[in-house]
Each structure stands twice: as structure tokens, then as C-alpha cells.
Design a protein around this ligand. Structure first.
Ligand code: SF4
Length: 339
């Protein structure tokens, strides 16, 4: 049985509005993450997919310790790390690393690649006696030559900068790497190279990935399991093949129906075109009931009154929708697929 690297349990992160002023009442909150639960196992790539503002990056930054949870727990190999990163033990900090979306802003332009890669190893007291060799190993992992050690980030291309950012994340030999849209700021021509590097590193070091993206096509190729997040709540979690071949949640079907496909097999499995109706509610005033009901073409009275809970519809396939209480009702939505 695979070891559980990360467990996120009923995680909430609410940001107060108008937080300044001694006497001002904080009565409203942006519910960026509102009760998210999932696990990531050793060597697994877990894809978290959502639109802008869905809460996927706030989830990642709360796991990372950039934000302190408003409620719920983050467990790393069973140990509670639900606190800001400064309060976490140094031995745990090295185990969780992150690769940001924009390597241009995540690398210090005044430091050379050597200084950038050395820093995490110096902080954690690693490779003191063979630092030079380790620096070359790190560049080799991302297929960059040793001559890059003396370059500055601004003299590198976007893909090379992101490769340096990946090498920096690997410097402390982490177990869990958070990938926050690692290719979305890059030219298409270098995206494949970065994805290949990441997948090779994952296999070689049995890394666990929390892969944040809005790109479902990418998830089909890299993730072991995929979860969809909408307005701070997970809608569906499934093994990747099951997720794409048998999407259950109306929101998942809506997203998948708009993804371009290449093969006839993919076209056959793709849900029929599901149009989005209505508006995305404000995360400050999330409507009662199912938060997706304002856009859901399957919504009925119950959806406007009662928030559904996550159910395991079949082994490993979880969905948060009233339509899936009974198997027979589920078939209603499955009929939405192309024949
Ligand atoms: Fe749509 Fe209702 Fe399911 Fe929400 S609970 S996704 S509104 S059918």
C-alpha cells in the first residue's frame, strides 16, 4: 500500500474584507477555500483544476504555509503542519517545495544561477562537502549546461528560467512539489520540455506532485488523479482515465465539452456541448444550496436549498452533486455523453 504524503482535511481559508480600522466590524469574508479534502500518495501526480478565482492557488499556498488555514488541517506524512511556514520545523520545510507560474518574478534577478541554487542547500546545511558537484547535478537534472551557473535570470529564456526554478525546488530533495501552473507563462515551444523534465524527475525520485492548472488537456497526460474545484469547493475527484471517460459532475462535463480533442476515441468520449448558463456568483455572496446552481443546466429545487456533500459514487470516484445519491439517478447525467 502506498504511503500518504499529504492529507488536506476540510481545509478552509477565508479572507476578511475591510480588515483595517480598529472599530470596523469584519462581517464579510471571501471564502477562497471552503472545506476542501484530498490526499496525495507517494509518487502520485494529483491534478487540481479550476477556473481563475476558484481557490486552487490559495489551496496550494495554504499547503505551502504561505497562508494559515482558517479551519481544517494539512497533514504531511501524518504530521500536522497547519501553520505558517515560519513556524514549521526546518526538517519539514525541505520536504515541500514549490514551482511558481512565472519564473521571471520567482527568481531574484540580482543573483546568479549558482547563488539561486546554493541558497536552499545552505539554509538546510545540505551537500556542504560537495556543493560544486551538486550544483552541476541539479542543472543536469533539467538538461542545462554547467556554464549556466554564472548567468543571471534576465539573460535566460523563459523555459531556461523555469528549468532553473525546478532545479532550485529539487535542491533540498523534497518529497512533495507544488506546481502552480508551471507552464502557463511559457511559450508553447518550451512547455513540452518543461513537462518532460518534471515527469522524468517525478519517476526518478518518486516525487508527489500537487499540479495546479486550468488546462484539462495537460492533466489528461500527466496526472494520476484529477480534482475539479469551483468557488472554493471540490466538485469531483477521480482517477484520470475515469475522470475523462466518465465525468459525472455537470461542471466537469461543461469544462470537458469545451476542450479540443485530437483522436476519434476522445471525440466519442467527450460530453456533448454543455453551455454555461447564468453568472459565476461572487465568492463573498455564495448563494445557498449548491454553489454551482446558478450555472448548472441540471439544477432543480433541491439544488437551490441544500449544499450537496461529497460522495464516493464508485470506488475512487467522488462527486458532490445531488444527482448522484442513487445509481439510477446518476444514469440521467451519464446520458449526456456522446454515443
Ligand atoms: Fe447541478 Fe444540482 Fe448537481 Fe449542483 S447539485 S451540480 S446544481 S445538479
Amino acid at each position: 500500500m502506498r504511503e500518504e504524503t499529504l492529507a488536506v482535511v476540510n481545509l478552509k481559508k477565508h479572507f476578511p474584507i475591510n480588515p483595517t480600522g480598529w472599530f470596523r466590524k469584519q462581517t464579510q469574508f471571501i471564502r477562497a477555500v471552503d472545506g476542501v479534502s484530498f490526499s496525495i500518495f507517494e509518487g502520485e501526480c494529483f491534478g487540481l483544476v479550476g477556473e481563475s478565482g476558484s481557490g486552487k492557488s490559495v489551496t496550494a499556498y495554504t499547503v505551502m504555509g504561505v497562508y494559515t488555514p482558517s479551519d481544517g488541517q494539512v497533514l504531511f506524512r501524518g504530521q500536522d503542519i497547519s501553520m505558517e511556514v515560519a513556524k514549521r520545523p526546518l526538517s519539514l520545510k525541505k520536504e515541500i517545495q514549490i514551482v511558481f507560474q512565472d519564473p521571471g518574478s520567482s527568481l531574484n534577478p540580482k543573483r546568479t544561477v549558482r547563488q539561486i541554487l546554493e541558497m536552499p542547500m545552505r539554509v538546510h546545511g545540505l551537500y556542504k562537502h560537495r556543493l560544486e558537484q551538486r550544483l552541476k547535478e541539479l542543472l543536469d537534472m533539467v538538461e542545462l549546461p554547467a556554464s549556466f551557473l554564472n548567468k543571471y535570470p534576465l539573460t535566460l529564456g523563459g523555459g531556461e528560467r523555469q528549468a532553473v526554478a525546478i532545479a532550485r525546488a529539487m535542491a533540498t530533495e523534497p518529497s512533495l512539489v507544488i506546481l502552480d501552473e508551471p507552464t502557463s507563462a511559457l511559450d508553447v515551444s518550451v512547455q513540452a520540455k518543461i513537462i518532460n523534465d518534471l515527469m522524468n524527475l517525478q519517476q526518478q525520485h518518486r516525487l508527489s506532485y500537487l499540479f495546479i492548472t486550468h488546462d484539462l488537456s495537460l492533466m489528461r497526460n500527466v496526472a494520476d488523479r484529477v480534482a475539479i474545484i469551483y468557488l472554493g469547493k471540490l466538485c469531483e475527484i477521480a482517477q484520470t482515465q475515469d475522470f475523462f471517460n466518465n465525468p459525472l459532475h455537470p461542471y466537469t462535463q461543461m469544462l470537458l465539452s469545451s476542450v479540443p480533442v485530437i483522436t476519434e476515441e476522445e471525440e466519442r468520449l467527450k460530453p456533448k456541448r454543455v453551455l454555461s448558463v447564468g453568472e459565476i456568483p461572487s465568492p463573498v455572496n455564495v448563494p445557498p444550496g449548491c454553489s454551482f446552481h446558478t450555472r448548472c443546466h441540471m439544477a432543480y429545487d433541491r439544488c437551490r436549498q441544500e449544499d450537496p456533500i461529497m460522495r464516493e459514487y464508485k470506488p475512487g470516484h467522488w462527486v458532490r452533486c445531488h444527482l448522484y445519491k442513487e445509481d439510477s439517478e446518476a444514469s440521467t447525467v451519464n446520458s449526456n455523453r456522446r454515443d
